[in-house]
Unconditional design. Structure first.
Length: 106
Protein backbone atom coordinates (compact mmCIF):
# COMPACT_ATOMS: atom_id res chain seq x y z
CA UNK A 1 0.00 0.00 0.00
CA UNK A 2 1.33 3.43 -0.95
CA UNK A 3 1.68 5.79 1.99
CA UNK A 4 -0.49 8.75 1.00
CA UNK A 5 -0.82 11.93 3.03
CA UNK A 6 -3.83 12.11 5.32
CA UNK A 7 -6.62 14.54 4.58
CA UNK A 8 -5.26 16.75 7.38
CA UNK A 9 -1.73 16.70 5.93
CA UNK A 10 -3.11 17.60 2.49
CA UNK A 11 -5.20 20.40 4.01
CA UNK A 12 -2.16 21.88 5.80
CA UNK A 13 0.01 21.56 2.70
CA UNK A 14 -2.61 23.21 0.48
CA UNK A 15 -3.10 25.95 3.07
CA UNK A 16 0.63 26.63 3.22
CA UNK A 17 0.76 26.83 -0.58
CA UNK A 18 -2.15 29.27 -0.86
CA UNK A 19 -3.21 30.71 2.53
CA UNK A 20 -5.51 33.42 1.20
CA UNK A 21 -7.56 30.93 -0.82
CA UNK A 22 -8.07 28.66 2.17
CA UNK A 23 -8.93 31.53 4.50
CA UNK A 24 -11.54 32.55 1.94
CA UNK A 25 -12.85 28.98 1.76
CA UNK A 26 -13.03 28.60 5.54
CA UNK A 27 -14.78 31.93 5.84
CA UNK A 28 -17.17 31.09 3.01
CA UNK A 29 -18.24 27.74 4.44
CA UNK A 30 -18.91 29.03 7.96
CA UNK A 31 -15.93 27.40 9.68
CA UNK A 32 -14.90 30.58 11.49
CA UNK A 33 -18.44 31.21 12.76
CA UNK A 34 -18.72 27.58 13.84
CA UNK A 35 -15.44 27.90 15.72
CA UNK A 36 -16.78 30.99 17.49
CA UNK A 37 -19.91 29.07 18.48
CA UNK A 38 -17.83 26.22 19.87
CA UNK A 39 -15.86 28.73 21.95
CA UNK A 40 -19.10 30.18 23.34
CA UNK A 41 -20.28 26.68 24.32
CA UNK A 42 -16.94 25.87 25.95
CA UNK A 43 -17.16 29.09 27.95
CA UNK A 44 -20.73 28.27 28.98
CA UNK A 45 -19.69 24.76 29.99
CA UNK A 46 -16.93 26.15 32.20
CA UNK A 47 -19.09 28.80 33.87
CA UNK A 48 -22.61 27.39 34.07
CA UNK A 49 -23.87 26.63 37.56
CA UNK A 50 -27.00 26.36 39.66
CA UNK A 51 -27.40 30.15 39.94
CA UNK A 52 -27.36 30.65 36.18
CA UNK A 53 -30.07 28.04 35.65
CA UNK A 54 -32.24 29.61 38.36
CA UNK A 55 -31.66 33.06 36.81
CA UNK A 56 -32.72 31.77 33.39
CA UNK A 57 -35.61 29.45 34.29
CA UNK A 58 -36.79 30.31 37.78
CA UNK A 59 -36.32 28.30 40.95
CA UNK A 60 -38.10 25.02 40.22
CA UNK A 61 -37.15 24.44 36.57
CA UNK A 62 -33.70 26.00 37.03
CA UNK A 63 -32.92 23.66 39.91
CA UNK A 64 -34.15 20.68 37.90
CA UNK A 65 -32.01 21.58 34.86
CA UNK A 66 -28.93 22.29 37.00
CA UNK A 67 -29.25 18.86 38.62
CA UNK A 68 -29.85 17.23 35.24
CA UNK A 69 -26.63 18.73 33.84
CA UNK A 70 -24.55 17.97 36.93
CA UNK A 71 -25.86 14.55 37.93
CA UNK A 72 -27.56 12.86 34.99
CA UNK A 73 -25.29 14.25 32.27
CA UNK A 74 -21.98 14.54 34.17
CA UNK A 75 -21.68 18.17 32.94
CA UNK A 76 -21.58 16.93 29.33
CA UNK A 77 -23.34 19.65 27.31
CA UNK A 78 -23.96 17.46 24.27
CA UNK A 79 -25.66 14.86 26.44
CA UNK A 80 -27.53 17.58 28.31
CA UNK A 81 -28.84 19.34 25.20
CA UNK A 82 -29.99 16.05 23.71
CA UNK A 83 -31.87 15.23 26.93
CA UNK A 84 -33.92 18.44 27.23
CA UNK A 85 -36.72 19.90 25.13
CA UNK A 86 -35.63 21.87 22.09
CA UNK A 87 -37.24 25.09 23.34
CA UNK A 88 -34.98 24.97 26.43
CA UNK A 89 -31.95 24.34 24.22
CA UNK A 90 -32.78 27.22 21.86
CA UNK A 91 -33.44 29.54 24.80
CA UNK A 92 -30.10 28.66 26.41
CA UNK A 93 -28.28 29.17 23.10
CA UNK A 94 -30.08 32.49 22.63
CA UNK A 95 -29.01 33.62 26.09
CA UNK A 96 -25.40 32.52 25.51
CA UNK A 97 -25.25 34.64 22.35
CA UNK A 98 -27.19 37.71 23.53
CA UNK A 99 -27.17 38.09 27.32
CA UNK A 100 -24.14 40.09 28.42
CA UNK A 101 -25.10 39.61 32.10
CA UNK A 102 -25.37 35.82 31.91
CA UNK A 103 -22.13 35.06 33.72
CA UNK A 104 -22.71 37.69 36.38
CA UNK A 105 -24.66 34.96 38.17
CA UNK A 106 -21.88 32.36 38.01
Amino acid sequence: MINQPSRFEKFISDFQNNPSYFKEQLSGNGSFEFSDSISLLQNFSNKVNYNIFVYLFGQQLGEHLAEKLAIECDRNLLKFFSSIDSEYTFFILYEIKTNSLLYFYS
